[in-house]
Structure formats: C-alpha cells, structure tokens
Design a protein. Structure first.
Length: 321
C-alpha cells in the first residue's frame, strides 16, 4: 500500500508499506480523507518530537471499513467511519471517572503512535465511529476537530443567547464559530488575518469586537491575543483556553482577582461521549463543518498540504479518493 512518511523535518517521502494485519478487536479502514491541524505542523517542522523517523503522520482520519476482527460485533464492512485518534486505556483513575482526556496511558495517533497517512490503517473498533451514508466526506473529515471544539463548549457551560468571543480564526476557531452559532449564541471573532476573519464572518460571526462578553474561547495560543481577549471578558466571566503555547501568559494575579475571571484549559475530548455526540450531530445534518475546508491535496502532495496549514485561511486536508 502507499503511504507518506516524514523522513526528517519538512522532508516527506511516498513509500510502499505492507498492508496492516488486524487483531481480533480491530477494524481495517481504507482511508478516504485526512484533516490537518497545528499539531501536525509541529511534527512536520520537527518542533514536536516523535518516537522515530521515518514517521507515519496524521490523526484526523476518515474512511471505510474493509475488514473486521473476529471479536468485533458492532462494526461492519462497508461502514464509513471517523477515527477517534486518542486511545484511552480505560483503567486509570482519570478514565474510570470519565475524564479520559487526562488518561495517563493515552495513545496519541500520529504523535506517540504511528499515524494515518496510509491507504489502509488498523484501528481499535471502539475508536472507529460509524457515520450515516448521508454524511458527506468533507463534513466527515472535520469530525475530530469539531469534537475538540464541541468539548470546549461543553466544558464552558455556555448557554443559548450568551455573547461569546472567539480569539483566533484558524480552523479550530472557525469550527467553534460554527458550533457556537448552531447553539444559538452571539459570536464575535478577534482575528488579524483578513482572509480568516472574512471566513468567520461568512459563518455568522461578528468581526467587530465591541463591549463585554460572557465567555472567551482562546484558540490561537498567542499570549498577547489572550490578554487582548480578556479585556473584553465581563467581570466573573470564564475564558476557555484551547490553543497551546509554551510562552508565559503575561498575566498577574491582580488581572484575575479584581475582575474575578476564571481561566480553564480544554484538552481534546472525553471518550466515548464527545465523539459519539458529534457523529450523531453530523448524522442529523445539524451542522456542516466541511465548509471550513479550503485546500484539498492528493496523497502525493502531502508535503505541500502540511506546509499549507499555517497559511491557508481555513483547513487543509488530504484526499485519498
């Protein structure tokens, strides 16, 4: 089968690999699409370490089941699926309490476990989520990223009718805009990139940031952007931090105490509820996240696809079809 591996930072090669064999609790998925995000860009550039090179990248994968393991009874050949690429152990204290995003043994596809940038991949059956035939490929490709956005929304406690500020209109910020608008909130976006701001506006977000907001969702990971966003957060309001950056936030305790702000980090999602509810949302056609996709590449142009992540206004993806 064809696959693309990272030979060294920013150097990718098209290779032939053996088709994977599946275990009794796994399914074999013929890949059809792969979404790309900032964490993939970190691996591509060498900023995020991986266990070895050459390395199989990619984690936002979707495809069709072509074989099932002997012990798999609830998945079937021919189903289209979205892959949940964070395999929790199900045994640690975090997992048994339902907080699987904090799993101490988490397998992260494409990061500490080989990724999905291949024609066929073996996936634990419980992490391959069947979607209705009516869900289009481009919407399905956005499942994992949309789940991240919707998990942050769930953790925030936001309610319909509230005013929400999204800081950063990269792919995650755009998906937050879509999901928040579907929930019935008023959304504004703080984004200096004109193309991204225009795309957010087309999704129903205001691009003029006036007054105070009940909640702030920070997606850029830029400390200065967070600080600017907090200036618009009402007293007693909550900021959800989704973007990741190792630089100091440049906040003082006075900044938080006097305005009584709550800062809360939101990492990926919790298994199984978050992925399952997102797929069900797609099945009901209540949100169309595929409109975030703005650049499509074939497998043979994977290097260009990864390099485009930072510059494209919207989300880049790789099509296997």
């Amino acid at each position: 089968m064809k696959a693309v591996v990272l030979a060294e930072p920013e150097v990718m090669r098209l290779v032939d690999l053996p088709e994977p064999e599946i275990g009794p609790r796994e399914v074999l998925v013929r890949m059809r699409g792969l979404g790309l995000c900032g964490s993939d860009l970190g691996v591509y550039r060498g900023a995020r370490e991986v266990p070895e090179r050459p390395w199989l990248m990619g984690h936002e994968g979707v495809g069709e089941i072509v074989a099932v393991g002997a012990d798999v009874a609830d998945r079937a050949v021919g189903q289209q699926v979205a892959i949940e690429p964070n395999y929790c152990c199900g045994r640690c204290a975090a997992c048994t309490s339902g907080f699987t995003s904090a799993c101490t043994e988490r397998v992260i596809v494409g990061m500490n476990h080989p990724g999905l940038l291949a024609e066929y991949v073996a996936v634990p059956a419980e992490f391959a989520w069947p979607a209705a035939e009516t869900v289009g490929l481009e919407d399905l490709v956005c499942t994992e990223a949309l789940t991240v956005a919707r998990s942050a929304i769930r953790r925030s406690g936001v309610e319909p009718g509230q005013r929400v500020l999204v800081v950063g209109a990269g792919s995650q910020g755009l998906l937050l805009c879509l999901a928040l608008r579907a929930l019935g909130t008023t959304v504004a976006v703080q984004e200096p990139h004109e193309g991204r701001a225009e795309l957010a506006h087309s999704f129903g977000a205001e691009t003029t940031v006036d007054g105070e907001f009940d909640l702030v969702f920070e997606t850029s990971g830029v400390p200065q952007a967070l600080r600017a966003g907090l200036e618009h957060l009402r007293r007693g309001g909550t900021a959800l931090l989704v973007g990741i950056n190792s630089r100091p936030l440049e906040l003082t305790t006075a900044d938080l105490v006097y305005r009584q702000h709550t800062l809360k980090g939101s990492l990926i999602y919790d298994h199984p509820v978050d992925f399952e509810t997102t797929v069900n949302l797609l099945n009901r056609d209540e949100v169309r996240p595929g409109k975030v996709l703005q650049a499509r590449f074939p497998l043979e142009e994977a290097a260009q696809a990864f390099a485009s992540v930072q510059s494209v206004a919207g989300k880049s993806w790789i099509s296997f079809d």
